[in-house]
Design a protein around this ligand. Structure first.
Ligand code: MN
Ligand code: MN
Length: 478
């Protein structure tokens, strides 16, 4: 079924500027938040500005939760859950919006720094599914956190401010690429060769001992890093800490494309940026949860980490964090029991949001036209996801799809129903099945993306806006 391009509706109703304004807020967020930690801090700060209090504060005050109360919980600085308490009893279930805030990237290894032929480089291990050849010869930035042995941590980013240096992974010149050009695409650039060039100037001070006169470029880089962290410590009012090479062991540094998200197209209808997967669902999810005031059912937004590597670990969707947080919530709401927790979860409704691969006419042979997501045709609903015969999929029931359709149609939401691509071409999973494990109704949905998982991905501004509207409609009406 082919739907009208969603811009038509906005053009008819003189609402194009509303879409552009929402997109501007998103662009700012996307430009500033390139890691799960940065997203979590951003959402936490914004949530506090908008009247949310942390669950720890609520527990300390022994707060009795009532309709309209706004609570949030973060987990290890990498994921956040938000709740707006509804009028109906909590055990009747929540309306949950889930999405993820981690994106494909390169992580520094724990022994990353080395020198070769008068150049200093950082070794990486890629995170999530990437086409490795896309990550060479583009400006890169470092975003990270260092946990020092004195117990303090420092967050930093280098490569985003106008006067910051940037970094790069080099590629072989075409003139000498006879061998490289005949390789398979997955071997053109190999994972072990994704090494970031960070320096080429030797240490300048006089060195006394002969033994210390080697690897002077690396020495210079380390010296600059030490000074950099000393200055950060000074700014943050921390004790001076002498950064040593071993401190990379307890660093998490993510190498990401440098620079801001930009309007794309002569008509400015699209946005080009790093990390739309899945921040293009996370941002409108957060905005929709914040908009909920005295909802009928309790509204929940859950923005998780580690989706790109299988939702594993303490901060991924498979962790007990969500369940534990809901247990704490119930305990603040009424007399806690395990049965109430189970009822609350299984009576909940969820939209598990993630990006969809948008139909690309240049690569049309990978898509099946009737069931593809199209840029500009609104919120992309997936009854199922998965690969090789729906494996790893949640597969929402027909009844639940019917319920979602009626909410969207009553609220004038532009939506399309789609799957990822041709049946045998591949596929992908999301966090939906983990919500499903609680026996709740859940459906996949999200925003269509061109060049998904590339350093710069493309989305349509109307799809972003329709996602926001879809989330508001679901939160208030499911
Ligand atoms: Mn995703
Ligand atoms: Mn992804």
């Amino acid at each position: 079924m082919e739907r009208e391009n969603a811009w038509k509706k906005y053009q008819k109703n003189n609402e194009v500027s509303k879409v552009m304004d929402f997109a501007n807020g998103y662009k700012k967020f996307l430009s500033n938040c390139k890691t799960e930690r940065e997203c979590t801090s951003y959402f936490e700060k914004k949530a506090r500005d908008r009247g949310f209090i942390s669950i720890e504060e609520a527990i300390k005050k022994n707060k009795k939760l009532k309709t309209g109360d706004r609570i949030y919980a973060t987990n290890m600085g990498k994921e956040i859950a938000l709740f707006v308490i509804g009028k109906e009893d909590l055990s009747k279930g929540m309306n949950i919006l889930g999405a993820h805030i981690d994106s494909p990237r390169l992580d520094l290894k724990q022994n990353p720094l080395y020198e070769d032929s008068d150049m200093a480089l950082l070794d990486t291990h890629y995170y999530g599914g990437i086409k490795k050849y896309q990550w060479v010869t583009i400006p890169l930035a470092l975003h990270g956190t260092i946990a020092k042995t004195d117990g303090t941590t420092v967050d930093f980013s280098i490569g985003e401010r106008e006067d910051d240096p940037v970094f790069c992974i080099t590629d072989l010149l075409i003139h000498l690429s006879a061998d490289q050009m005949s390789k398979e695409a997955k071997k053109v650039v190999e994972g072990e060769d994704l090494n970031v060039l960070v320096g080429s100037m030797p240490f300048g001070d006089e060195i006394k001992k002969d033994a210390d006169k080697k690897e002077l470029v690396k020495k210079n880089v380390l010296n600059i890093i030490t000074t950099y962290f000393e200055n950060l410590d000074k700014e943050n009012g921390n004790k001076k800490y002498n950064f040593r090479e071993e401190d990379f062991m307890s660093c998490e540094v993510e190498v990401v494309p440098a620079g801001k998200a930009r309007d794309m197209g002569i008509d400015r209808s699209m946005i080009l940026g790093y990390g739309h997967d899945d921040r293009v669902c996370s941002y409108p999810t957060f905005e929709a949860v914040c908009r909920a005031k005295n909802p009928k059912r309790t509204v929940c937004g859950l923005l998780v980490d580690k989706e790109e590597i299988g939702s594993v670990g303490a901060t991924g969707m498979s962790s007990r964090f969500f369940e534990n947080t809901v247990a704490e919530l119930i305990n603040l709401y009424t007399d806690y029991s395990d049965l109430l927790l189970r009822r609350t979860l299984s009576n909940s409704f969820a939209i598990s949001s993630d990006v969809s691969g948008a139909f690309d006419s240049i690569y049309s042979s990978a898509f099946e036209k009737k069931n593809s997501a199209y840029l500009g045709r609104g919120f992309a609903v997936n009854k199922y996801t998965g690969a090789r015969g729906k494996s790893g999929s949640n597969d929402a029931s027909a009844e639940y799809v019917g319920k979602i359709r009626s909410i969207f149609e009553d609220n004038d939401i532009y939506y399309q129903i789609c799957e990822l691509g041709k049946v045998d071409q591949g596929g992908g999973g999301t966090i939906a099945y983990i919500f499903g494990n609680y026996n709740m109704n859940v459906i996949d949905g999200g925003v269509a993306v061109l060049s998904m998982h590339a350093p710069y991905e493309v989305i349509s501004k109307v799809d972003l806006y329709e996602a926001y509207k879809a989330y508001v409609a679901f939160a208030m009406n499911a």
